[in-house]
Design a protein around this ligand. Structure first.
Ligand SMILES: [Zn+2]
Length: 288
């Protein structure tokens, strides 16, 4: 059976995957503070809880790995920089393990079972604490040299001297404005979490619409610049605030068109992913 694992900063979720369906799933706390060996023991325990023998395991990670399966960066879980993640997991699980950035893994699921059945070239945009993405060009998921392809959050949208700092160390990144911290800095002069963004969105009203307008301004500028270079068939949105896309789309389209260099590029389809909460584990299971 194919097993997909979503290796998150808070929880590790494992699932037995058949096609686009989840047969069984298990979740354990990540407990990142315990160190890499204990975290991977937790991950292996989650896979064993599924109760079936795994023939291949795919793991979606909130960071990047190189072609040898060595972690380059895992910002939310300490101790993994330079860690031989694939070798350590194969030793624990006794089967081949594939690793991929989580947004790129979600793009694998989208390409195979979602909007990828209609569009050959699209960008999957994940809206959450950060702004991530997975890139599919001419029917193929692109990972790039170091697994960074589709890491769209750090495209420049503000080059003025007062541009806001980003968690990556640069200034004026799309994520610095359209990520949860940026949205709440705009709303309340202090940064905050994705949960606080959710509360404002759920409460609705003018405060929510102001947040959507601000999000749309940064997203429109950043995504149009990417599309100017990539000439995509569509943009596909997923993650926390994608559920409010009806309210975001009108201002997003206006800003996107204003930054598109040719009118047809400003009018590409914008869709919301229908794969739901299991997209990460489904994509991970189909990495191999
Ligand atoms: Zn950045």
């Amino acid at each position: 059976m194919r097993v997909g694992v979503d290796f998150g900063g808070t929880n590790i979720k494992a699932a037995l995957v058949e096609g686009a369906g989840v047969r069984a799933h298990a979740s354990v706390p990540t407990r990142g503070e315990a160190g890499p060996a204990a975290v991977l023991d937790n991950l292996a325990a989650a896979v064993r809880q599924l109760g079936a023998r795994a023939e291949v395991v795919g793991v979606a990670i909130p960071g990047e790995v190189d072609d040898r399966g060595v972690c380059y960066r895992l910002p939310n879980v300490p101790g993994f920089d330079g860690y031989p993640l694939r070798a350590e997991l194969e030793r624990r699980l006794g089967c081949p393990v594939h690793l991929e950035n989580d947004a790129t893994a979600a793009a694998v699921a989208e390409q195979r079972f979602g909007w990828g059945t209609k569009y050959r070239s699209f960008l999957l945009v994940t809206l959450g604490t950060g702004i991530g993405g997975g890139l599919v060009l001419d029917g193929a998921v692109r990972r790039g040299r170091g697994g960074f392809a589709g890491e769209i959050g750090h495209v420049l949208v503000d080059s003025t001297p007062g541009a806001w700092p980003c968690g990556c160390g640069l200034k004026g990144c799309m994520e610095a404005y359209a990520g949860a911290r940026g949205l709440l800095r705009h709303d309340s002069e202090h940064g905050g979490s994705a949960t606080e963004v959710r509360q404002i969105v759920d409460a609705g009203g003018q405060r929510a619409q102001r947040l959507f307008d601000f999000l749309a301004r940064a997203l429109g500028a950043g995504l149009a610049r990417l599309n100017n270079a990539l000439d995509l068939d569509a943009l596909v949105f997923t993650g926390g605030v994608a559920g409010s896309f009806a309210a975001i789309e009108p201002p997003l389209r206006a800003h996107f068109a204003a930054h598109s260099y040719a009118p047809p590029m400003g009018a590409i389809p914008m869709q919301v992913s229908k794969l739901g909460e299991h997209a990460g584990v489904i994509g991970a299971a189909w990495l191999g």
